[in-house]
Design a protein around this ligand. Sequence first.
Ligand code: ARG
Length: 358
Amino acid sequence: MAQGQNLNADQLFEKINAAKDSKSLLKKHLTPEIFAATKDKVSKFKGTLADCIRSGCMNPDSGVGIYASDPDAYTTFAAVLDPVIKDYHNVTELNHPKPDFGDTSKLDFGDLDPSGDMIVSTRVRVGRSHASYGFPPVLTLEDRVEMEKNTVKCLAKLTGDLKGEYCPLTGMTKEKQAELTADHFLFNDSDRFLREAGGYNDWPTGRGIYFATNKKFLVWVNEEDHLRFISMQMGGNLGEVYTRLVKAIKELETSGLEFAKKDNLGYLTFCPSNLGTTLRASVHIKIPKLAADPEFKKFCDGLHIQARGIHGEHTESVGGVYDISNKRRLGLTEIEAVQEMRRGVEAVIKREKELSGK
Ligand code: ARG
């Protein structure tokens, strides 16, 4: 249960104001004027400012510190969300382009590491939200169950290699859960930021994971977002991974699901850090030399890529293996985001080889 559940917007605002060393974007952009102008607004899905800021106020060490209570929050609470979005995504204007996945039959990239020495695995994911449901703070148990049911019905329409089966978390054995987590397939309920935002309400009801039979395409249902589509495989073949994801997105778009979108913001997600393309393309890559270099972070920043540990966000690296991904998701098209990641990974490989004297 979220600890700040019973606090109202004034009490939450007081908390974040008292947290003098908070560096969150929420703290920076929720000025007293903007607070006063938004605190009594209610979105179409009955979302409130308190729903949006609860996590960030209760966790002053947040980086972002705000979630959208529902798709309409991006309109109702734009006075605070817009500046956070601009700041996080490092853009001066909100003019996200129309989706463009490129022509996957003519990609100019394939395997980024044909030697197979450095890239362990490759993954590309996007987030999608149902246009007709709010996000975790405003969802009821019944909503979650209904959403899951509608989703599963549409997932069953996937064709060819994307065909598979849905495994609800409810009723899944502990052993099965542990196994799927170790294989990087499954999510859990351990993120305190998400918990405080209501992300684990009614856990595990309504959550689950869809696997294509070959395990190279997955859908997370009601993790942080209503939907996360994930294409992944061992090795460095970004071309194959991306092509599979685009096929899945196109099939699911016409399967009866309607996704939440907004002009100039792209696809809407629970966290403003993910909206736009919502696309994160990543590799798990062995880079012991570069990772030990004091310039590592600066090197990544310069290429618009981000390094994380391999067990997800806020985790540490294990054995010099890092998760490298595109940092930008807004203000560029899907194919541009993937190309940015590709160029970054190529530069990382080149640099690691130089540092190893190869
Ligand atoms: N709310 C957390 C923070 O502000 C996480 C933000 C980004 N991560 C995410 N999974 N949405 O630090």
